[in-house]
Design a protein. Structure first.
Length: 255
């Protein structure tokens, strides 16, 4: 397969423009000063990924080079970013993105084909695969005995009662208060967690009025709960507390 592109080189970056397609890949030798809020960034240190971001460059001080991906018009950038995290895990990295997004099989095929096309170019820019390591991410076990426990959240103005009914089913009760606005990054734009939170709220817009949940809803993970209620920003396992004051983390963590 041959893909035609043009490019230019400065002492700060290498820019690749694909012929007849509204997309770019830019390799930066230093932290970029302008951030497009629809761009995907891979943060590299000695050719290894030390972070990923969407529409922002948080923790950019950890990197010594950057790859910006501007996706073609037929791809939704936020959806591709989510799928890209899965692809990056496949080449050996541990990427902590626990959001659950529903992506159609047709879209997945488009994303995977696009990834297959651009990976050789990213590798030419020095991106390395790494040996897979055992994950040290904490694991939590669903306990049926806790399914009738009303876990409370009180964080940054958000308040809610949550029940963990099944391994992948959490019920947020009506009356929950949602944080009104997503936080902005240092660049003054909404980061990925904020954008995903807004997207998640759109799915339940009929159940929300004036930032109050007026009907019970079901979510699939603790991370989704935090994203929905207060746009994350903390370990939500520590924010869910039983009537006795114990966190969901300490009650269910596998040691």
């Amino acid at each position: 397969m041959t893909i035609n592109f043009t490019g230019n080189l400065t002492n700060q970056k290498i820019s690749i423009d694909f012929a007849n397609r509204q997309e770019k890949i830019i390799y930066y030798l230093m932290k970029p000063t302008e951030i497009d809020n629809e761009s995907i960034f891979l943060l590299l240190n000695n050719s290894k990924i030390v972070g990923m971001d969407f529409g922002a460059l948080n923790n950019g001080d950890k990197a010594n080079s950057f790859i910006e991906i501007v996706v073609p018009e037929n791809i939704i950038a936020a959806d591709f970013f989510y799928c890209l995290t899965k692809e990056i895990v496949q080449i050996g990295y541990q990427i902590n993105v626990d959001y659950k997004m529903t992506i159609s099989e047709e879209s997945k095929k488009v994303f995977q084909e696009y990834w297959r096309q651009i990976l050789p170019l990213l590798q030419a820019f020095g991106l390395k695969s790494v040996s897979k390591r055992r994950s040290i991410k904490p694991r939590h076990k669903f306990l049926k005995s806790l399914s009738d426990v009303p876990f409370k959240i009180d964080y940054k103005g958000s308040k809610a009662t949550v029940y963990w009914l099944k391994r992948n089913e959490f019920v947020v009760k009506a009356g929950a208060t949602l944080v009104a606005e997503p936080p902005l990054t240092k660049a003054g734009i909404i980061g990925f967690a904020g954008k995903f939170g807004l997207q998640l709220r759109q799915e339940y817009e009929k159940q929300i009025k004036d930032n109050i949940l007026i009907e019970d809803i079901s979510l699939r993970s603790v991370n989704e709960i935090g994203t929905f209620l207060y746009f994350v920003g903390t370990n939500s396992w520590l924010q869910l507390k039983s009537p006795e004051g114990k966190t969901l983390d300490e009650l269910t963590i596998v040691k």
